[in-house]
Design a binder for this molecule. Structure first.
Ligand SMILES: *Cc1c(COP(=O)(O)O)cnc(C)c1O
Length: 393
């Protein structure tokens, strides 16, 4: 089975570049040169140097002894929460900012929902001294004031999206419009494995450092580079693609992706795309998305802002369809309890997004000899208000 992208930008039935004609030159420009740039020694030297000395990689692979005891298996946490800015998103923005420089771009735009990708983008723009414009829904700007402040401190301009529901999808539309109007000097940094080809492939390449390191670290700690299970949470799907990337062809490694069920899959307040979604086009690629019978996007819901997305990346749609990855739905309550358990047993407060991956451990019938690796995609500092309200702390 082939899980990789083909030369037309498709993963099986999914992917492609469904874009307005006016965006065609931008996307075509990127598509024709991204691999040559990324594979060039000059790019790789700078990328590896920044991952090591700025982001703090390799991130540890930590044997979580008390979680292991609790679940009756050997459990490892891949600590993306220890990266600079507190999550995996920086792996992608570091890669894309170097690419933008090589392409001669002077100005960076990005969309953001909860603000995590906006912060990771503002960070690398400050690092490189490039102009940074972040589009963010007006509603999200009010909900995520600390992240807006972070972006501003690092010199970014935050522009409110005031149309529609004033959230992520509206910010995405505004960013697209900006890019159409500024095709020559501007690079658009997309924050997950979504969007038109080559974005899903490019972002998964930048995130694949997660599974590359994991294999080496696991080998030195256990004598084998292949665990029995690999788990990650899925919003758009970038930390999961990074965590799965180098395990895709190891067919005896079971890959499990945790989606947000919100208040319950059938509650009307959910983001469990692989169960509730149907095939269609979202943000420039053919994928699975939550939509009404006449094709309107359904507003998703999750307690974690990072999983609150109505689609999944096209490669995930393919991996779901061919059953290489098992997609499970985790409710708000299950994720919150898993965050509390990890905090109490390991002294690690994870992001609520990550809590969904941790909660998926509950439903696996482990053998004592099993080894499982979980992508700890981010730290929970940003979620402290939500924890305080939920647990009445
Ligand atoms: C943004 C985010 C996610 C979800 O995004 P993916 O592209 O699905 O990885 C998950 N965890 C954390 C900590 C995040 O910030």
């Amino acid at each position: 089975m082939n899980y990789r992208v083909n030369e037309k930008g498709y993963y099986g039935d999914f992917g492609g570049a469904y874009i307005p004609e006016m965006l065609y030159p931008n996307i075509e420009d990127l598509r024709t040169c991204y691999l040559d740039i990324i594979n060039s020694p000059i790019f790789q030297i700078e990328y590896q140097d920044l991952l090591k000395n700025y982001v703090g990689r390799p991130s540890p692979l930590y044997h979580a002894e008390r979680l292991s005891k609790r679940y009756g298996a050997t459990i490892y946490l891949k600590r993306e929460d220890l990266n600079h800015t507190g999550a995996h998103k920086i792996n992608n923005t570091i890669g894309q900012i170097i690419l933008a420089e090589r392409l001669g771009k002077k100005r960076i735009i990005a969309e953001t929902g909860a603000g995590q990708h906006g912060v990771a983008t503002a960070t690398v723009c400050a690092l490189k001294g490039l102009e940074c414009v972040i589009y963010m829904g007006e509603v999200d700007i009010k909900r995520q004031a600390p992240n807006v402040a972070r972006m501003k401190m690092m010199g970014a301009t935050v522009i409110p999206a005031t149309s529609g529901s004033k959230t992520l999808k509206d910010a995405t539309n505004e960013a697209m419009r900006d890019w159409i109007n500024n095709p020559v000097d501007t690079h658009y940094i997309i924050g997950s494995v979504v969007g038109p080809h080559p974005y899903p492939e490019m972002v998964s390449l930048f995130q694949s450092v997660i599974s590359e390191e994991t294999k080496t670290q696991l080998f030195s700690q256990t004598g084998s580079s292949q665990p029995d299970y690999v788990l990650a949470c899925v919003g758009g799907g970038s930390n999961a693609m990074g965590m799965f990337y180098h395990f895709l062809d190891d067919e005896n490694v079971q890959l499990i992706a945790a989606e947000a069920a919100g208040l319950g899959v059938n509650s009307g307040h959910s983001a469990a795309t692989s169960i509730l979604g149907r095939e269609g086009v979202l943000h420039g690629s053919r994928t699975i998305l939550m939509q009404t019978d006449d094709g309107q996007v359904i507003e998703p819901y999750s307690i974690s802002a990072g999983l609150d997305y109505p689609g999944i990346g096209p490669q995930h749609a393919h991996l779901h369809k061919v059953k290489r990855v098992k997609y499970v739905a985790i409710t708000d309550d299950e994720a919150m309890q898993a965050c509390m358990l990890c905090s109490k047993l390991e002294g690690i407060i994870p992001a609520i997004e990550t809590g969904h991956a941790l909660a998926a451990l509950e439903n696996i019938a482990f053998k004592k000899t099993d080894v499982a690796v979980i992508c700890l995609s981010g730290r929970g500092d940003k979620d402290l208000d939500t924890f305080m309200n939920y647990f009445k702390l």
